[in-house]
Write a protein that binds this ligand. Sequence first.
Ligand SMILES: Cc1cc2nc3c(=O)[nH]c(=O)nc-3n(C[C@H](O)[C@H](O)[C@H](O)COP(=O)(O)OP(=O)(O)OC[C@H]3O[C@@H](n4cnc5c(N)ncnc54)[C@H](O)[C@@H]3O)c2cc1C
Length: 449
Amino acid sequence: MTYFDGLRLSNFKTLMIKFFIRLLYKISLRMEYIYKIKPLNLRDIMAKKIAIIGAGAAGFMCAIEAGKKGHDVHLYDHAKKPGEKIRISGGGRSNFTNKNCTHHNFISQNPHFCKSALSRYPAQSFVSLVEEYEIAYHEKNPDKQTGQFFCDGKSQEIIDMLLSECHAHHVKIYLETGVDTLDKIDEEFHLKIKGENQVFDAVVIATGGPSIPKMGASDWGHKIAKQFGHEIIDLQPALVPLTFTDETLDFTKSLSGVSIDSVLIRNKTNQKTTQFTDDLLFTHRGLSGPTVLQISSYWDAGDELHVNLLPTKDLEAEFLSAKKSNPKTKITKFMSQYLPARFIHEIFDRHMSDADKEKNLSDFSKLSFEMLNQYIQHWTFKPNGSEGYRTAEVTRGGVNVNQIDAKSFESKLASGLYFIGEVVDVTGHLGGHNFQWAWASGFCCGQDL
Ligand SMILES: Cc1cc2nc3c(=O)[nH]c(=O)nc-3n(C[C@H](O)[C@H](O)[C@H](O)COP(=O)(O)OP(=O)(O)OC[C@H]3O[C@@H](n4cnc5c(N)ncnc54)[C@H](O)[C@@H]3O)c2cc1C
C-alpha cells in the first residue's frame, strides 16, 4: 500500500488531512504561479486530480501509472465502450506489440522524439504485463522474425487486463462522457462535462486520431491542441488501402481477392526512397495488404509507386534458362509457378496477344518476355487516393512533437496539459508499433504526472 492509498480511507480524520494537504498544495501552486518559485515541493508529492480524455491504449496506460502514484484519476471517453480500437485490432486478436520496435519504425517530423519513451517502456515491459495476466500469445511467422505479438484468443483479454489494472489503482472511468470545453484558468483546468464545470490539476489528451470515426475517433484532441497554441502537422489517413480511377482500377477489380506474397513496393520521390516487402492484395477498390498499407503512410497525392512482384528472383534469367531446359512448357504454365494463375491470365488478356498466350517457351521471344515482365517486376502506377479515414488504421501527423516534452509529454506551451498516443505526430509502421507507442507514451506520461 502506498502513502496515497492510505489517504483514501474515508474517515473524518483522513478527510481533514486530505483537505489541509490539498490547501497547502493549492497555496504552493499559487506561490509557484506568482513568484515563479517552488517554496514547497508539494507538487511532486501531492496527489493531483487528473482528467485523462480518451480510454484507448494510451489513455488506459497513463491512467494506470498515474493511479499507481496515488493520483485521483478520472478517465473519460465519449464512446459506449472503452478500447474499441484494441478490440478490433489485429483482426480481433490484437497485434499488441512488436519485440523489434525501435524509433526507426515511426514517422515524425522529429524522428528522435519517440526514442526516450520507447527505451523507458520497451515492448518487453508490455509483454511482461500480458504474461502476468496469463494471456496466451504468439509471435506471427517467427521464422520471418516479424516480432509481431498477437493474442491466441480475443483482443478483449487485453482490454479486460487494462480495466482490471485501472480498477486495482482506483481509476474512475466515465463512458459516453465527452468534454464540452477545456480552459486553463491560472494553474487549474476547468472542464465542462455533461453541462457541469469540473476543476482538475492536470489534463491528458489521449483522444487518438480521426481514423475510423464509427469507432468514436475524432480530431477533438487536435482542436484542443490548437486552442492552446500548438502547431498541428497535417493530418493524413495512413496504413490505408490505395484507390484508383484509371484502368488500374479495372485491373484490380478483376483480380479482387487475389493476394501475392512478399511483394516489394517502393515510393521514390526527389527527397527519399522508401520501400517495404510484404503481401499485396487486389480489391474491388484498388490495392491493399500489408505492403500497400505500409507504403500508404509514405505516399502523397501524385506520387508514383514502383512494384516488384517477385523481388527475390531474376525472372529474365530464369526464363532464358527454362527456355533451354524445358522448351515445350507453355509460357502461362511457366509463369504460374511464380504467381497466381488468375493474375497471369489477366496480364496476358490485357497486355499480350492471343497468340502469345498459347506459346511454348521456345517460341516466346526475349523481347516479349521483357514486355511481360514490365507488369511483374517493373510495374508502376499512380493511385488517385486512398480509402481515407473510413478504413485507415492510423492518422499520420498530429500535435507537433517539438512543442511537447519527450520525457513527460507535457505541453511546452501550457503546463499541466499533456498529449500522448496517436494524437501526437508519431505514426508507427504496421505490426504492433502503434500500440507500442501508445503504451510507452502513456506509461511515461503517467509516471511523470
Ligand atoms: C482496424 C484497426 C486495426 C488496428 N490494428 C492494430 C494492431 O493490430 N496493432 C497496432 O499496434 N495498432 C493497430 N491499430 C492502430 C491502433 O489501434 C492505434 O494506433 C491506437 O489505438 C492508438 O491509441 P490511442 O490511445 O492513442 O488512441 P485510440 O485507441 O484511438 O483511443 C482514443 C480514445 O479517445 C476517445 N475519444 C476520441 N475523441 C473523444 C472526445 N472528444 N471525447 C472523449 N473521448 C474521445 C475514443 O473513443 C477512443 O476510445 C489498428 C487500428 C485500426 C483502426
